[in-house]
Ligand binder design. Structure first.
Ligand SMILES: [Zn+2]
Length: 403
């Protein structure tokens, strides 16, 4: 990786400062579309809004219906030409709002409030303007910067990134990918895997007085939950070597009962009892081993006569990119240039779409303008200053990767 051309950092910084108002307006335009997921509302409207913003800044959008469903389009745009490819990535779906007012924008003391401001429509505006800044700075790129904006991230990527991968639309030879998730100022270079299951015990419902003739699904649930609790104690002894704060966040996860239902009335033997299991794996854990252990537990319950069905809600593998990789170095230097602070690399407590790229052998990191603690919440906001800073960081990183 060679040094950046002299003055490029200053040119990009001045350019993006001059477009601060446009970056805010683009963020507002996107936040006003209630692309809530689940269930996946207004995807077409949101994709149209993104296209309009891209048209507006002179980036030619490519719209791809990656899955079978063209109601969930992916949007791509690029600058530069040929190879290698460097990806800037984001998602346009947002988690459901707590309050409809979250789609009415408020700008207060440099904070832009609204659903998706942090996660991650602010990030989308920042990656988009990073591309514009690179294009207008006149720097020569050896390769292309490819923008990829997808739906469905909040529900495991079915029609978004995983569909792009299935269709071979992600270039395996790409030199890197950055997604603009709300990382609270740190770089996420690792993310957990997940095995999320819903299990339902079937019983036979009868009046309490005829209990002897029924089969209590809840008692079956309790037996399974007991075994899972024992497994939880073992699983959660595992501590990751990746950095994550606070220290308690380093333990592996097996959570039970996130969603819980069953029974019909206090005086009826429950005919059904269902609960969810969310196993989150640290990068050092083996996905197959963890999955097998869970499935074996249910198999044993069946052999004891418990009628239990298991449905997979989602699975995802953990992934990581070394903090000494070329991409990490380029991003780290750019973070330092812009924020005057040393970059910090940490593990994301949740799942990231970096995993799809990492599975193809592409180095992938997350870094974005939002704060994780406000993402998904009722007072979600993003700082305008951070939108501009992150756009600078993305532009400089792309320039470094394509020198
Ligand atoms: Zn997100």
């Amino acid at each position: 990786m060679s040094a950046l051309p002299p003055k490029l950092s200053t040119t990009i910084s001045r350019y993006l400062e001059s477009r601060r108002g446009d970056i805010v307006r683009a963020t507002e335009t996107l936040i006003r579309v209630a692309s809530e997921n689940p269930p996946g509302n207004q995807y077409r409207e949101c994709a149209a809004a993104i296209r309009a913003v891209l048209d507006d800044v002179g980036l030619r959008p490519d719209v791809v219906a990656a899955g079978a469903d063209d109601g969930a389009p992916c949007i791509m745009a690029s600058i530069g030409s040929s190879s290698p490819t460097f990806y800037l990535h984001g998602h346009y779906d947002v988690v459901p709002a707590q309050d409809r007012e979250q789609f009415e924008l408020r700008l207060l003391n440099d904070r832009l409030f609204g659903r998706g401001s942090a996660d991650m429509k602010g990030g989308l505006a920042a990656v988009l303007f990073a591309m514009v800044a690179l294009r207008d700075s006149g720097v020569t790129l050896r390769g292309r910067v490819q923008l990829v904006i997808v739906p469905d991230e909040e529900t495991a990527g079915g029609r978004g990134t995983s569909a792009l991968v299935r269709r071979g639309l992600i270039d395996r030879n790409a030199v890197g990918m950055i997604t603009a998730e709300p990382t609270s100022g740190v770089v996420w270079n690792a993310s957990r895997g997940a095995i999320s299951l819903r299990t339902a015990v079937r019983g036979r419902p009868v009046h309490v007085g005829l209990q002897f003739a029924g089969r209590n699904a809840f008692e079956g649930l309790l037996e399974i939950a007991d075994e899972l609790t024992a497994m939880k104690r073992k699983v959660e002894r595992h501590v990751t070597a990746y950095a994550i704060r606070p220290a308690a966040a380093r333990n592996s996860i097996l959570m039970i009962g996130g969603e819980l239902s069953g029974g019909t009335n206090f005086n009826v033997v429950p005919g059904r009892a269902s609960f969810t299991i969310d196993r989150r794996l640290n990068p050092e854990e083996d996905f197959e081993v963890a999955q097998r252990a869970l499935l074996d537990l249910f198999e044993r319950a069946r052999r004891r006569g418990i009628a239990v069905d298991v449905e997979t809600i989602q699975t995802g593998r953990a992934s990581s990119t070394s903090h000494s990789s070329a991409l990490s170095t380029a991003l780290g230097r750019s973070v330092r240039d812009v924020t005057k602070r040393a970059p910090r690399f940490e593990m994301c407590p949740g799942m990231l779409e970096t995993r799809y790229y990492a599975a193809l052998g592409i180095r992938a990191l997350a870094y974005g303008p939002g704060l994780l603690r406000v993402a998904h919440g009722p007072k979600e906001f993003v700082a305008v200053r951070r939108l501009v800073e992150c756009a600078r960081v993305y532009a400089l990183t792309a320039a470094r990767m394509l020198r």
